[in-house]
Write a protein that binds this ligand. Structure first.
Ligand code: HEC
Length: 459
């Protein structure tokens, strides 16, 4: 081969590789595999415990969903609402979500996706891609912020990612417990999931009047979303967890009482501590009503599901209450309505609704209203091209512009109130869809930062 010819081949090779590097679209079938993977990890050889399967046969026709709570005569404007006004509304939802489940949620069967012979519950794609927090194989649980012991006992100092730093002043160094969760949509909500993420695994988005949108948004009335939150804390640490579930989960290896490995996993037991609920109700100022059920092992109920008790409801951010306004102008809450309970609870910012393993400086609605995505394949960067859902300076401690925006009431298709993210795609409060967009962008974008732990497809 003469040197001219070698040069020619080299130039050709370079051209080919350059062209391939500049094409962000990955192979279609590879994308679908990554999107609809069941879990990031695989069961060990000889495993005969539960194995999670992603429920993603989303309805293609818009279903009608029974939603008796929508006929309840509740008042979203009442300046002085009482729990008794809301209790029947929440009870209707509880009956719907618990229908057809084994009342003790045993490890072998976990949460059943099928109710009365039909698929009742569907999962969000792309949550089994990230090696750090992605779905584990036994129950499809994903890793969330961990919770320190005082938050369970008296609402004290709270949460950490994989480590809880000792308080330098008090030398206080309580143990930290991991939270592992799984979220699900009923058929009405799942129709929207399937529009936003069709079988290709690629998000289906479009532009209209200068804004960007995802197909299938907003979620329709009749949509019900739940999330089961489980903790590695047991009843010896947190007495009111007695008699809760015992699910095997492939959690992170525990390095000490206050630290977990962020990548390496090991099987351990987790216990149901909280069941989150969100429903669409067009009467709400945000289109949504959030509620959460706490597990209280001291209740007389005969089984796990009987010992769940509502903490309250939240349908707005109470924009007239500190820190959305200065403390001197602060009005009492009326868009959070709390229920009487017998367990220690820290709630969220200024007693807006949040559960025991949630962030005490946020709340269900304020965190969820930040569900936006960058236009694919752009990477999602909180505070840059999508709103920060928490962890901004002064969150809940001072009246400032960031808090005024964060605790504002608005609804789909409004863009984020600060006006800084008008290009971002509104996801109608679904933070799991926001995770799906984020992971898809990481998967397809050659500029994605190196992951903290190997992604599912790179092993
Ligand atoms: C500090 C932020 C934050 C707070 C507070 C919060 N959540 Fe979420 N929530 C998330 C994130 C992030 C996800 C998606 C990731 C996941 O499910 O692991 C999520 C997922 C969910 C889901 C699954 C569907 C979806 O919208 O993504 C439901 C239902 C839910 N949360 C309900 C609640 C309820 C009820 C409360 C209050 C009791 C609450 N959340 C408080 C951040 C928050």
């Amino acid at each position: 081969m003469n040197s001219k010819r070698i040069l020619y081949i080299l130039v050709l090779l370079c051209l080919v590789s350059c062209v391939f590097q500049e094409t962000p679209e990955a192979d279609e079938s590879e994308t679908a595999v990554a999107a609809f993977r069941d879990s990031v990890d695989a069961p060990p050889a000889g495993w005969n415990g539960p194995v999670f399967e992603l429920s993603h046969d989303y309805p293609q026709e818009k279903p009608d969903c029974e939603a008796p709570w929508l006929n309840r005569n509740v008042d979203f404007q009442d300046p002085n609402p009482k729990w008794e006004d809301w209790a029947p509304y929440v009870q209707d939802i509880i009956e719907y979500i618990l229908e057809g489940q084994d009342p003790n949620l045993p490890d072998e069967t976990g949460w059943l996706n099928s109710v009365n012979g039909e698929t009742r519950w569907y999962h969000v794609p792309w949550m089994a891609y990230d090696g750090e927090r992605g779905r584990e194989f036994a129950h499809g649980l994903t890793n969330e912020l961990s919770t320190a012991l005082p938050a369970f006992r008296d609402g004290g100092r709270g949460s950490g990612k994989h480590i809880f730093e000792a308080d330098l002043e008090t030398q206080d160094n309580p143990p930290l417990y991991e939270t592992w969760s799984v979220g699900m949509y009923n058929p009405c909500g799942a129709w929207s999931l399937g529009q936003a993420f069709p079988a290709s695994g690629m998000p289906d988005t479009y532009a209209e009047n200068g804004r960007n949108f995802a197909r299938g948004m907003p979620f329709q009335e009749g949509t019900v979303v739940i999330k089961l939150l489980n903790t590695t804390a047991d009843e010896t640490a947190v007495p009111y967890l007695k008699g809760s579930t015992n699910w095997q989960t492939n959690g992170h290896i525990q390095l000490s009482a206050t630290e977990y490995d962020k990548c390496e996993r090991e099987l351990r037991s987790v216990h149901l501590v909280q069941v989150d609920i969100a429903v669409v109700d067009s009467r709400s100022p945000t289109r949504w009503v959030y509620s959460t059920l706490a597990y209280d092992g001291n209740l007389p109920g005969e089984n796990v599901l009987d010992r769940l008790t509502p903490l309250g409801v939240q349908f707005g951010n109470d924009r007239g209450t500190f820190p959305a306004v200065p403390e001197s102008d602060s009005q009492p809450l009326h868009e959070t309505v709390l229920a009487p309970i017998d367990i220690p609870e820290h709630y969220g910012c200024q007693n807006r609704l949040a559960g025991v393993v949630d962030q005490p400086n946020s709340s269900c609605v304020s965190c969820h209203m930040g569900a936006f995505a960058a236009v694919p394949p752009e990477l999602n960067k909180q505070g840059e091209n999508v709103p920060a859902i928490f962890n901004f300076d002064g969150i809940c401690t001072e009246y400032n512009e960031a808090n005024a925006d964060y605790f504002m009431d608005y609804q789909y298709p409004d863009s984020y109130p600060s006006g800084d993210f008008d290009e971002a795609i509104p996801l109608d409060s679904s933070l799991q869809l926001a995770v799906a967009f984020t992971q898809y962008a990481n998967f397809v974008n050659p500029d994605a930062p190196a992951p903290a732990c190997p992604n599912a497809d790179s092993e």
